[in-house]
Ligand binder design. Structure first.
Ligand SMILES: [Zn+2]
Length: 136
């Protein structure tokens, strides 16, 4: 087995995401093919211009494992954003996450134009179910 993988998967540390992330890994055949970078808020640091830690992790993933892609996953009700309560509506919350994901993608591609960046948003429902959808 080569010591390379195709992607870096960036998720929030929030434990509620883990079962859905495990499903995502199975569905997308990433279990043995992705570095996992887990930090509170996921794309938030990069979007806020405080992303040096995340940038350093992506740099390392690229240098050590020759990744071709970054998969960025934000989620609703994220504590790093103040949870659902920080937004007037779920639409406003979604717009903020989509905006931050796009800003983070621009940051990553300004340093690494050759990296593909996929954007995903995980929705945590009232009943605790989580579904992850790709962001256009
Ligand atoms: Zn979170």
């Amino acid at each position: 087995m080569s010591h390379t993988c195709s992607a870096a998967f960036v998720r929030c540390m929030d434990f509620r995401l883990t079962p859905a992330v495990e499903d995502f890994f199975r569905t997308h055949e990433l279990s043995e093919d992705a570095d996992v970078i887990s930090l509170a808020g996921a794309a938030k640091g990069l979007a806020d211009g405080k992303g040096s830690f995340l940038e350093s992790q992506i740099d390392l993933s690229k240098r050590l494992h020759e990744i071709k892609k970054v998969i960025l996953v934000n989620h609703t009700d994220c504590g790093a954003y103040g949870g659902h309560a920080a937004f007037a509506s779920s639409e406003e919350e979604q717009v903020k996450h989509v905006s931050d994901l796009h800003t983070a993608k621009e940051q990553i591609q300004s340093s690494h134009p050759e990296l593909e960046v996929e954007l995903w948003l995980a929705y945590i429902e009232e009943n605790g179910n989580v579904h992850i959808e790709e962001v256009a």
